[in-house]
Design a protein around this ligand. Structure first.
Ligand code: BEZ
Ligand code: FE
Length: 301
């Protein structure tokens, strides 16, 4: 039934008055950033509900979805990070925080599989022992934006095995394929792991249902996660992706950046670094990292 002009005016006024009232309800906070964020959140949320003319049945479905996401989350599974990832919200947060002009290595999505206090290793050690997949030698360097080698930089790495599972997804939860270590005096680092494979993000929960409804794939292209931290520099959270992977342009979480795609060179069995003899085929990948100095704090004008 179409509304008369007068009825439409009453409706619009009712809706926008409600938005103003809710925004004003957050105005008592002493924290200006909290007021700014909540005001924008309420305006966008109300704008979305008005835009799609959300039905009561759809509201119920949304609440049911979020309830299931909460029920699916535990100490080993973070369905809300997955939701943020598949909605592109994680990558949008990365994007708005990346300086437009920077020579530093680019960031990408964190993902839900980081574990605090991963084992310490020395450079050259192997963290792929017992994991399925061909041996893979990862090496590179960490430098400042001026090109100076950075010694003692802390690197954390984690990756799935050749079957597409992280250690924490296996029944035993035995840590593997992850470690922390520090760059050498000349800024270099190296370690052995297994060749990473493309894998699906966990899709047996509500986020999987969302992907199914959109006929979207849960696959991520093969990658290795890095977190690189050093006093005076911005902590870098990123991956390297395997050049040629068939999923590079269809990442379920929109995390691929061309600068992060590197060749994983194939080698025949035989001598490999550092003085190792490989009985099977192996690969090697180089990742040279540039860290950004800590950004100057933003000053209000
Ligand atoms: C990951 O790469 O570990 C990941 C990222 C986003 C969602 C799920 C997994
Ligand atoms: Fe991953």
């Amino acid at each position: 039934m179409t509304m008369t002009g007068a009825e439409a005016l009453i409706q619009v006024t009712r809706e926008s008055t409600l938005t103003d009232e809710v925004v004003a309800s957050f105005g008592g906070s002493e924290d200006p950033r909290f007021r700014e964020v909540m005001s924008s959140l309420v305006r966008h949320l109300h704008g979305f509900i008005r835009d799609v003319r959300l039905t009561q049945v759809e509201w119920d479905a949304a609440i049911g979805f979020l309830t299931r996401a909460g029920q699916t989350t535990d100490e080993h599974r973070q369905e809300f990070i997955l939701l943020s990832d598949v909605l592109g919200a994680s990558m949008m947060t990365v994007a708005v925080n990346a300086p437009a002009r920077s020579t530093a290595t680019e960031s990408t999505v964190f993902g839900p599989f980081f574990v605090e206090n991963a084992p310490f290793i020395e450079n050259g050690d192997d963290i792929g022992d017992g994991m399925s997949g061909h041996p893979c030698y990862v090496h590179g360097s960490v430098r400042s934006a001026t090109g100076a080698a950075l010694a003692g930089v802390r690197l954390e790495v984690w990756a799935a095995d050749d079957d597409g599972f992280y250690d924490v997804q296996h029944e035993s939860r035995q840590l593997s394929g992850r470690a922390h270590f520090f760059t050498n005096e000349d800024g270099t680092f190296d370690y052995w792991t297994v060749q990473p494979a493309a894998y699906p993000i966990p899709h047996d929960g509500p986020v999987g249902d969302l992907l199914d409804a959109a006929r979207r794939s849960p696959m991520r292209p093969a990658h290795i996660h890095f977190m690189v931290s050093h006093p005076g520099y911005e902590t870098l959270i990123t991956h390297i992706f395997v050049e040629g992977d068939e999923w590079l342009e269809k990442d379920a979480v929109f995390g691929v950046k061309p600068s992060l795609i590197v060749p994983f060179v194939e080698h025949e069995p035989g001598a490999g670094p550092p003085g190792r003899n490989l009985a099977e085929k192996w690969t090697s990948a180089q990742f040279d990292i540039t860290l950004a100095p800590i950004a100057e704090p933003q000053r209000a004008v």
